[in-house]
Design a protein around this ligand. Structure first.
Ligand code: GLU
Length: 506
């Protein structure tokens, strides 16, 4: 029987979730949804030394903002396999029994080496020009472990309460073959694989053991993760095999790296392309570093996930703008590239612009109103909606709206010098004062009535320069369509501004 489709996102709470992590979650989510399956959030917090306060909450909030919500797991409601935090699962003794089973079957062993002894081993091997020194079938023979020490001594050390770890016993020279949905068949010789620690001296399982136990117990059908985990996959295959679980193991998919914009190496969280690397603002309290988020930079979640989906995947044609539903309908791991995907900051902004244009003016107003209020401008929804209509064509982000049209909210205090020097002459004051009079007499104040008035007064007043009217009312040389802008500002405000400008000009 085909397994129910169940994918997990299994981050370690060692910091804010960067966009690479979000992409891993997204691909898992898309696949799960496409196949009517489950998407689970598991928190892999077995490395207590790297635990960062606030990281778990950040991960949950980031997934919520992106709209890629798990239907089961930490922060999203307990499903049938709770708890979903590995530290809590460890307390239930879930991992130890698997480690014990591996020891009993001769596929794992206890080792007592101190960190000094391990250091010494590494130095010895480096001195002997061994390229990648590791604890393995050869080197373990010179170390202090259950394979080299007599049984009664092992027992004595264990009884004394001395610290020990459990290691996987990797055979010396064996082909390990496994299938990856993205990369196809991969073959690695076991001589490349070290005797990974499965259980640490504090009793915590390592990632290697814990994720296998959990993927099995949580009935995960597909394990999707970053390419950086590919080198440990052979050890994982052996663990599944030695536990007799190879048949039940999830299908593997290792996602390609996200590369810097110039293609030169992995995109780092400190990238300087000017765009965020994190979905939400993140403050790392250990290092004091602050990272801005996509959300706070004015991106919509839809644009963000659409952009991320196309970093390493394509729908098989040249479609670019795809809703979450379309992404779900089209997603497959077969269309994920093997090679790295370049992050493109300009394209990323373009995505946001496209999504911005798809929003109604009312929707835009909902996003813009709080930003305006934060700046101290409280305007009603109808005003802000019309403001959005007039400004949106020029914007990539809602956060730009205010700057693009600040004159809608505050009267000018200076007048574009270039325009005034060029266009203001000794007759201007009379002309624009008369225009102001005509405007004062205008009863109906709309785009059309303003348009008609300007056309009607020209024979009498002579040429009215629209740019001058713009500068007198906004201070700047360019901006939203003039009559629409004047109509929105309203008669009273426009007249106040014109009178103030005329009073200050000779
Ligand atoms: N805890 C691992 C990480 O944060 C998860 C890797 C996996 O998904 O198996 O990268």
């Amino acid at each position: 029987m085909e397994k129910r489709v169940r994918l997990r996102f299994a981050p370690s709470p060692t910091g804010g979730l960067h966009m690479g992590g979000v992409r891993t979650a997204l691909f898992s989510y898309l696949f799960a949804k496409k196949h009517g399956g489950d998407f689970v959030l598991r928190i892999e917090d077995t490395d207590q030394t790297r635990y960062v306060n606030g990281a778990e909450e950040y991960i949950i909030n980031a997934l919520k903002w992106c709209g890629i919500e798990p239907n089961e797991g930490v922060g999203f409601g307990d499903g049938p396999y709770a708890p979903y935090r590995q530290s809590e699962r460890k307390e239930l003794g879930i991992y130890k029994k698997y480690a014990d089973q591996l020891i009993a079957s001769g596929h794992a062993y206890v080792a007592f080496d101190t960190s000094e002894e391990l250091d010494e081993m590494r130095k010895r091997l480096e001195a002997a020009k061994v390229v990648a020194p590791q604890y393995n079938a050869i080197t373990r023979q010179n170390m202090r472990n259950a394979l080299t020490l007599p049984e009664d001594e092992v027992k004595k050390i264990m009884d004394s309460g001395a610290p020990y770890v459990v290691r996987l016993k990797v055979p010396r020279n064996e082909e390990i073959r496994f299938h990856d949905i993205i990369r196809g068949w991969v073959t690695v010789n076991s001589s490349q694989v070290d005797d990974k620690v499965l259980l640490k001296s504090d009793g915590m399982p390592t990632y290697h053991l814990a994720h296998i136990v959990d993927d099995i117990e949580m009935k995960i059908s597909h394990a999707v993760r970053g390419e950086e985990w590919l080198p440990s996959a052979p050890s994982h295959i052996l663990i599944y095999r030695y536990l007799g679980l190879e048949e039940d193991m999830p299908k593997l998919a290792h996602l390609p790296l996200i590369l810097k914009p110039d293609g030169n190496g992995k995109l780092s969280k400190r990238d300087k392309s000017g765009l965020p690397m994190f979905p939400l603002d993140w403050f790392d309290e250990r290092t004091g570093e602050k990272y801005v988020g996509y959300k706070e930079s004015g991106f919509t979640p839809d644009a963000f996930i659409n952009m991320l989906a196309l970093l390493g995947w394509n729908p098989g044609d040249n479609r670019e703008i795809m809703s979450k539903e379309e992404l779900i309908a089209n997603f497959s791991f077969e269309r994920v590239n093997k090679s790295g995907a370049k992050f493109d900051p300009e394209k990323t902004k373009w995505f946001n612009q496209q999504y911005l244009r798809m929003q109604t003016d009312e929707q835009l107003a909902d996003s813009v109103m709080p930003l305006l209020e934060a700046k101290g401008f409280k305007k009603d929804k109808a005003f802000v909606t019309e403001f959005c209509r007039l400004i949106k064509e020029k914007a990539h982000f809602v956060t730009e709206f205010y700057d693009l049209g600040s004159y809608f909210f505050a009267a000018p205090t200076s007048y574009d010098e270039k325009v005034m020097t060029k266009k203001w002459n000794e007759n201007s004051k009379t002309t624009y004062s008369k225009l102001t009079e005509k405007l004062t007499a205008l009863d109906t104040w709309t785009t059309n009535s303003l348009h008609d008035l300007f056309a009607a007064v020209e024979p009498e007043l002579g040429k009215i320069d629209m740019q001058v009217v713009r500068v007198l009312t906004t201070g700047v040389a360019g901006g939203a369509q003039l009559f629409d802008m004047l109509a929105l500002l309203g008669k009273e405000e426009v007249l106040t501004r014109l009178n103030k400008a005329l009073a200050s000009l000779s």
